[in-house]
Write a new protein. Structure first.
Length: 331
């Protein structure tokens, strides 16, 4: 491992160990419940994954922070984009005299501005995300995805902010640099004890949350929604479409293996968060497992269709997936 990478890994480890020491566990028996979702060692490993992601060719960005990446916005910059006819009021310092002489009509040079990438991560830490049957909870995988994207953005000289959706939402303002990414990751990886059922008004709350994002983020920022999208329904399509019209929106859906294929566990009691009722299912029966698989598959297809109609790029990631770089590289 190169010395620079070793120093970066040591810095991250020490930083998170200091945070871990500053937290007190209320009871030894509850230590697992109240522990951070991601350990310091895993954060360091994710930073290494992010360094690989940051080396991949970057997408165009759309925001208005001066910086290093090419933007869709045209204006005064270093990269010549095109010539167009002169209009009264244009700055004559940008005259394209060669084209003007060749065509006999006044032309202006247009440049592509250099922009600093602005990324805003939304990490869903709600009740349905605090579930997992394999290596980790869905919310833990969401925190891991956020960590890689935050590190990658800071490594590309970008600014990164976040919104954490939970019982009490928290917004972290956009900041620049590795320390900002570390602070964001620490918040996204905070302990997630089990929660009670979502309130009946949660669907309305999601609409409000999406409206807040539209109002508060700078036009052209890249918005990454990391969730299981259990809340998503057709009533959210218009709000999502408005977001997609203003931002580059990327929806990353975290799915647990047991949701896709129900394991054979015999007679099991399930709790339906929507109806707040308990349901007994005999999972030993193949017909029961098949019906659950078909129902969940249809739900996933309906959610994907809603996101597609809203104009949002959508990607699914399994909660047990370890190597996230290959999954996120083409997002």
């Amino acid at each position: 491992m190169p010395r620079a990478a070793q120093l970066a890994r040591r810095f991250i480890l020490e930083w998170f160990k200091a945070f871990a020491r500053s937290r007190t566990q209320p009871h030894l028996a509850d230590a697992g419940i109240h522990a951070p979702l991601i350990s310091a060692n895993e954060i360091a490993a994710l930073a290494e994954q992010a360094s690989l992601l940051a080396q991949l060719p970057v997408r165009e960005v759309h925001d208005h922070h001066a910086g290093d990446w090419a933007s869709r916005w045209l204006g005064r910059g270093l990269d010549f984009e095109e010539s167009r006819l002169y209009s009264p009021g244009d700055d004559t310092r940008d005259m394209d005299w060669r084209t003007t002489a060749r065509t006999g009509r006044p032309h202006l040079k247009i440049y592509r501005e250099e922009r600093k990438p602005a990324v805003h991560l939304v990490v869903d830490r709600g009740a349905t995300m605090r579930f997992g049957t394999r290596k980790r909870l869905k919310v833990t995988q969401a925190a891991r995805v956020a960590a890689i994207l935050a590190f990658a953005a800071s490594g590309q000289n970008g600014v990164v902010g976040a919104t954490l959706w939970s019982r009490e939402d928290e917004t972290l303002p956009a900041r620049h640099g590795r320390l900002a990414a570390l602070g964001l990751i620490d918040q996204a990886a905070a302990a997630c004890p089990p929660q009670t059922d979502p309130a009946p008004t949660d669907a309305l709350r999601q609409t409000d949350r999406l409206a807040i994002l539209e109002e508060s983020l700078p036009r052209g920022a890249r918005l990454v929604l990391i969730s299981d999208f259990a809340w998503l329904s057709t009533e959210h399509e218009s709000s999502l479409a408005q977001l997609a019209a203003r931002f580059d929106v990327w929806a990353i859906q975290i799915v647990d293996a047991a949701e896709q294929v129900l394991p054979a566990m015999g007679l099991v009691r399930f709790h339906d968060m929507a109806s707040r009722q308990d349901v007994w299912l005999d999972t030993a029966q193949a017909s029961v497992r098949s019906a659950c698989q078909i129902a969940f598959s249809r739900r996933l297809d309906a959610q994907a269709a809603s996101l597609a109609r809203a104009g949002i790029h959508h990607q699914r990631i399994a909660s047990e997936a370890d190597d996230l770089v290959a999954l996120l590289a083409h997002g």
